[in-house]
Design a protein around this ligand. Structure first.
Ligand code: GDD
Length: 317
């Protein structure tokens, strides 16, 4: 049985990846968590995986953990993943994302582990995208617009460099926005869905707070995204980078309208200046043909279904 380590298993994508791997029944799953990580995303499978305490920001902790697990595959999903937090706490965001990954690579290198590593890089790296660059290919220039995006560029480039320098078997995926049940309540679709569910229950007045509705994002259901992550390690080429996305974009206004169309309650929409960013990425619409060619992957869950599932998730909470 293949030994698979997931960093960030207690998070949104990590828990969905574990769900997917558990249906496959062909690997032994190891996950790491920090001592105070929340566990509500993994409670339903906690007894079916091995959970180890590890802080990737601590080189000793990382090395000891990898020595114990000796994984064949690593999915590296752990990160500070919320863009606005990276302006409020840039040091924390850069440290967690860049040094956390560096510790992982150095542990693999010094222990001489022969493992494949998938890196969850991000479409945010493309940042300032010009109109004639859409749909975005992997060859597009990277023009990051937030400390978070810079941290992901660094992770991406370190992945390339460790492959070139040390032949560590790394596959980089640039995930575009992924949504679904368990999505953290700070991210846009989940935030709007949660506000609607709270309004329906009478927990807040019928006013929905929003930020920049003109931005466009390319959304994939997380359950499709994590299958992509799996295929990246099963079929992806070492040293390569692949977009994982749906190939179409929606404005945030359209996302809001779709969600508002799923409730019977009358809701007023109000822009909250605190939700606007110093520099927002205005359009992300990707081209996943490179990834599809190598792996056969394509997204199958329609975005409307994803949004409905997210709203139901918050309604049932
Ligand atoms: N969060 C949030 N809340 N975003 C809002 C809101 C709001 O009330 N109103 C409008 N937006 C806009 C943001 O300005 C942004 O343009 C867009 O909605 C999406 O915001 P997020 O859902 O916070 O995601 P993100 O695109 O910044 O980043 C996500 O996707 C990346 C991949 O492209 C995160 O999951 C990142 O970790 C990931 O790398």
């Amino acid at each position: 049985m293949r030994r698979v380590l997931v960093t960030g298993v207690t998070g949104f994508a990590g828990s969905h990846l574990a769900d997917y791997m558990l249906t496959r029944n062909d690997c032994e799953i190891f996950g790491i968590r920090r001592w105070r990580s929340r566990t509500e995303n993994i409670e339903h499978f906690q007894d079916r995986i091995a959970l180890l305490e590890c802080d990737l920001r601590d080189a000793t902790s990382t090395r000891d953990t990898l020595e114990k697990v000796r994984p064949d595959w690593i999915f590296h999903l752990a990160a500070q993943s919320f863009v606005p937090t990276s302006w409020i706490a840039p040091t924390e965001s850069l440290t967690t994302n860049i040094l956390g990954q560096l510790n992982l690579f150095e542990a693999v290198r010094h222990l001489g582990l022969k493992c494949r590593i998938q890196l969850a890089c991000s479409s945010e790296e493309y940042g300032m995208v010009h109109a004639d660059e859409v749909p975005i290919k992997e060859t597009n220039p990277l023009r990051p617009l937030s400390p978070y995006a810079v941290s992901k560029v660094a992770q991406d480039m370190l992945g390339y460099q460790y492959w070139m320098s040390w032949k560590i078997d790394i596959v980089r995926t640039r995930g575009f926005n992924h949504e679904g049940p368990r999505r953290g309540p700070v991210f846009v679709a989940s935030d709007f869905a949660k506000q609607i569910a709270d309004i329906e229950k009478g927990r807040r007045p019928p006013v929905l707070s929003v930020g920049n509705l003109d931005a466009r994002r390319d959304f994939t259901d997380v359950r499709d995204t994590v299958k992509g992550y799996w295929l990246a390690l099963e079929k992806g080429e070492a040293g390569e980078v692949y977009n994982i996305c749906s190939g179409r974009s929606w404005s945030i206004r359209e996302v809001l309208d779709l969600l508002l169309g799923m409730t019977k309650v009358k809701i007023e929409v109000r822009q909250d200046p605190a939700r606007l960013r110093p520099s927002d990425v205005m359009v992300l619409e990707g081209d996943y043909s490179k990834f599809a060619k190598v792996t056969g992957w394509k997204p199958v869950i329609p975005f409307e279904q994803t949004l409905r599932d997210m709203l139901e998730f918050w309604r049932s909470r």
